[in-house]
Design a binder for this molecule. Structure first.
Ligand code: SF4
Length: 281
């Protein structure tokens, strides 16, 4: 089993991790398995059955998957990509801006002749005050610096954000779009609303002192304001993310994931929202 951690967990930058995070809320089932091969084969079997998938992307998701020496990372990525050479076509690596360097970027780029490789970068917020409050251990200036290092990369860059973090107004969140737009290397984005999960620091605090979170309608309305601002060539991979219900404290919108997606899609269509129409390049 792969056992990464994060610099704001292991003491190098802090303890406890990001306050909203419980890595067990990501993909609990397969990660309890002993070996990476078993995890991958389980995931492929499930995706074949559920989605009739034929080709697969290896996704290193929980924790910080570049937070180790490059030679160790190579061993892990090589092992994962060799599980099924016929059907694995891509590698996606979740990480944070402060855990990358030239050597690790070169390692990831070395796979691009055989695989689609994307780097999923947690930006989360564009405000240092917010990042500090959520114990991110990484500033937005570090995000800007790593994007500079990646400006000629062959990797696809996916940026991950969270909307609804305490202290951010709607106008502050809409400004994320302008910040993302200015980095031409950003190919993909994953947008998430803040959800509070069991086992997180924020979860414990929320139970004592609840604070406002997005309702589904308010979040859909927000997305309808955000999407026109987002550069039209950026592919939006996600509009929301939600943990399994047994891990979720709030907001519980009382719908399944597919129903939430349909609700948001319907609102976008009803209002005639088009990505990028308000983008001024
Ligand atoms: S959100 Fe990412 S960087 Fe933060 S503690 Fe969780 S896994 Fe680590």
């Amino acid at each position: 089993m792969v056992a990464f951690t994060c610099p704001n967990r292991d003491g190098s930058k802090g303890y406890g991790g990001c306050t909203y995070c419980n890595v067990d809320s990501f993909t609990p089932t397969s990660r309890t398995m002993e070996t990476m091969k078993a995890q991958i084969e389980y995931g492929m079997k499930k995706a074949r059955k559920s989605y009739k998938a034929e080709k697969f992307i290896i996704y290193f998701q929980p924790n910080t998957n570049t937070y180790a020496p490059a030679h160790y990372l190579k061993t892990l990525y090589d092992e994962a990509l060799s599980v099924n050479t016929a059907d694995i076509v891509g590698l996606s690596v979740g990480t944070r801006p402060d855990c990358l360097d030239v050597e690790k970027i070169a390692l990831l780029e070395s796979y691009t002749d055989r695989f689609d490789v994307d780097l999923e970068m947690g930006m989360e917020s564009i405000y240092n005050e917010t990042l500090s409050q959520i114990n991110r251990g990484c500033s937005h200036d570090e995000f800007i610096a790593i994007m500079e290092l990646l400006k000629n990369t062959k990797l696809d860059i996916c940026v991950h954000t969270i909307f609804g973090l305490p202290g951010e107004s709607k106008e502050m969140m809409l400004a994320y779009a302008h910040e993302i737009n200015r980095f031409s290397k950003i190919t993909f984005v994953k947008f998430h609303h803040l959800h509070i999960v069991e086992g997180s620091i924020m979860g414990a605090k929320y139970k004592k002192n609840p604070f406002p979170l997005f309702s589904l309608q308010a979040y859909a309305d927000f997305l309808c304001e955000l999407l026109p601002l987002v550069r039209p060539d950026i592919i939006i991979q996600r509009l929301f993310g939600i943990s399994d219900l047994d891990m979720l404290i709030a907001p519980n919108w009382g719908l399944r994931k597919s129903e939430i997606q349909t609700f948001i899609d319907n609102e976008i269509e009803r209002k005639g929202i088009v990505q990028g129409v308000a983008y001024k390049g």
